[in-house]
Structures are given as C-alpha cells and as structure tokens.
Design a protein around this ligand. Structure first.
Ligand code: NAD
Ligand code: UD1
Length: 307
C-alpha cells in the first residue's frame, strides 16, 4: 500500500485514476480547484484539498509525506488557452513547476516520483505521421507550448534535482465523466451529449481533421505502471492507438451507435487547431508490455451508457 497525491483528481481522467488506485488498495488524496472537476466524480471518503496547483504552499502541504504524485491538474482546453493565455499558463506550466519543486522535499527519504500529463499538442503541425516520440515538437497553441515546457522542466527536475519523472503525451482521451456540458470539453463528450438529446452539433472547419482517440480506462493503466517503476532521464511516452478517425467520421459513428439522427452544421475552423494527429504507440507498448485494447466503438458505447 502506498500513499499518493493526485492533482486534478476530481477531473475526467483524474477520477478514473483515483478509482484505479483505490481498487489496488492505495491511499489517495487529491488537490483540485474544481474549476472543471467535480467532487461527485470521486467516491465518498477521498480527501480533497481545494487549492490552486500553482500555489506553492498549497502543493507543498498536499504533497507532504506521499510516496508519489500523479500530476493531472491543468486547463485541458486548447481553445481556452487561446482566450486566457496567461491564466492557463499559470495552471499548465507554473503549476507543473510547483509540483516538481515540492516533490524535491516532500518526504524525508528523498524526492518523490512524479507521473505527469503532457499532450500530443506538443507536436503541433508536424506532418510526419504517425508521430513517434522523437518527432520534432512544433506546438501551435499556448496549451501545447506549455505542455512542452512541462517536459523541459521535467528534465530539470530529474537532472538537477533528482526528482524521477515520467511524462505521457496523451492523444485524444475519451470516456465516461468527460463533461458533456462544457464547450471546453473534448469533442466526443460534446457530440455524444448533444446527439443523444437530438440536438445539432457544430463541426469546426470541414471536419476532415483527424485525431487518435484513446479510451480513458486504457490510459490510466500506464500511469500506475509508470509509478510502479520510476525511471531516470525524464522519459516521455505517447499514449495513443495509431488509429486515425476524422471528426466527420466520429459524428457518423456516434449517431449510428446511439441510433439517433445526425444533425450537423459546419462552422469556422478553430484557430490553433491541429489538422492531423496520429501517434505511434511502439515505444509505449515496448516499455509497458501492453497496448490500448478498447476500440473506439466499444468505448463510445460505454460513454453513451454513462450519459
Ligand atoms: P479535466 O478538466 O476534466 O481535469 C482537469 C482537473 O484539473 C479538473 O478537476 C480541474 O478542476 C483541475 N484543475 C484545473 N486547473 C487547476 C488548478 N489551477 N489548480 C488545481 N486544479 C486545477 O481534464 P482531463 O481531460 O481530465 O485532463 C487531465 C490532464 O490530462 C490535463 O493535464 C490535460 O491537459 C491532460 N490531457 C488531457 C487530454 C484529453 O484528451 N482529455 C489529452 C492530453 C492531455
Ligand atoms: C484534446 C484535448 C487536449 C489534449 C489534446 C491531445 C480536451 C478538451 N482537449 O485537444 O487536452 O491535450 O486533445 O491531442 O480534452 N471539434 C468540433 N466541434 C466541437 C468540438 C470540437 O469540430 O464542438 C473539433 C475541434 O475543432 C478539433 C477536434 O474536434 O478539430 C478535437 O477537438 P478537442 O476535443 O477540443 O481536442 P483537441 O483540440 O485535439
């Protein structure tokens, strides 16, 4: 049994991670500002400290005495990072530095390992599909630039301060508890929430932009596996399937599976939107001995069942 801090644990991915850690018998505490997360995403009894991950004192207090930290707190919306550049920078990059900094001193036995969320957004407009971890990073958004900053500071955390870190470049994650009501949420939750109610959806641009969708329960297995075996050298891994799906196709599959008519219109393209994002999972599979297993269709069925 270990004791872990999960930042952003009340959010979509964080709540699935907390569930998995509790099921394995670990003790979990959460730091979250509830800006997008919800207390009810977690079972009763999980201690939640309400605080900002960029507040060094709050992070230090939350991390005291833990065996490891999963750092997921961030403003996950690319669009929001365009509207609120400096504000999202505080959460997304300063917050990560606050976590690495606190990890240096969190326990008497030495620095605690940190497993953190990076993003496929670091690749930006790199056209070399599928993207391996060695592909050039060319972020298009403030969000992607800050996630790349997290990876650079992870190297400092490891090399200068001895904090073991593992970063995961999540591609497009989906599943139950991804908020269907927020315009800043992921495309699957927005489309699913509207299609089941018979409401119209808006496709940004021509809908031929492509994403690599990963089911959340597949993803959290890698986070716990990385914590079990901290590595030196601040490694980063793609978390992806390698399977491309266009936004048009996604809308059609969702309408098909839910048995509802598809009412779609096309709006302007989103500034800073990536055109094609497909990852190469080879390094992930080699390092952890497991691939993502849940198909898009099965994951969509579980997501629709939750709504
Ligand atoms: P989410 O919005 O559901 O979760 C983020 C959580 O962090 C929320 O509970 C929110 O309240 C909290 N939070 C935000 N700012 C905070 C702050 N300043 N202080 C404390 N808590 C704060 O989003 P998610 O999809 O679960 O994303 C989790 C992580 O994964 C984020 O780091 C995100 O950038 C990353 N990520 C997500 C995806 C995806 O497709 N969902 C893909 C790549 C990376
Ligand atoms: C998503 C994640 C981001 C992550 C990145 C990794 C969210 C909110 N964003 O960004 O955290 O780092 O994947 O690849 O989880 N779209 C529409 N109509 C809509 C909503 C979206 O057409 O109503 C389109 C977008 O313009 C985009 C695609 O769907 O082309 C995906 O959008 P979104 O779900 O916001 O994801 P990303 O921007 O890829």
């Amino acid at each position: 049994m270990a004791r872990y801090l999960v930042t952003g644990g009340c959010g979509f991915i964080g709540s699935h991670l907390v569930e998995r850690l509790l099921a394995a018998g670990h003790e979990v505490r959460v730091l979250d500002d509830l800006s997008t997360g919800k207390r009810e995403n977690l079972p009763d009894g999980v201690p939640v400290t309400l605080g900002d991950v960029a507040d060094a004192a709050a992070v230090e207090a939350a991390m005291r005495g833990v065996d490891g930290c999963f750092h997921l707190a961030a403003v996950a919306s690319v669009d929001r990072s365009r509207e609120a550049w400096l504000e999202t920078h505080h959460a997304n990059l300063s917050g990560t530095i606050a976590v690495f900094d606190a990890a240096r001193r969190a326990r008497s036995g030495g620095p605690v390992p940190v497993v953190y969320a990076s993003s496929a957004a670091v690749y930006g407009d790199n056209p070399d599909m599928p993207l391996t971890e060695d592909a050039a990073t060319r972020p298009l958004s403030a969000y992607g630039a800050d996630k790349l900053g997290c990876e650079l500071h992870a190297r400092v955390a490891d090399g200068v301060h001895g904090v073991p870190t593992t970063g995961f470049r999540f591609f497009n994650v989906f599943g139950p508890r991804q908020d269907p009501k927020s315009p800043y949420s992921g495309v699957i939750s927005i489309f699913a929430g509207r299609i089941v109610k018979g409401q119209p959806i808006t496709i940004n641009g021509d809908g031929e932009q492509v994403r690599d969708f990963v089911y959340v329960k597949d993803l959290v297995r890698y986070l716990t596996a990385a914590m079990d075996k901290p590595q030196a050298g601040a490694p980063v891994y793609n978390v992806c399937t390698g399977i491309p799906t266009s936004v048009n196709r996604l809308a059609e599959v969702l309408a098909d599976i839910s048995g509802r008519p598809l009412d779609r219109s096309y709006g302007p393209g989103r500034p800073g939107d990536i055109r094609v994002s497909i990852g190469d999972p080879s390094r992930l599979v080699a390092a952890f001995g497991m691939a993502c297993e849940v198909s898009l269709e099965d994951g969509l069925r579980e997501t629709l069942a939750w709504l």
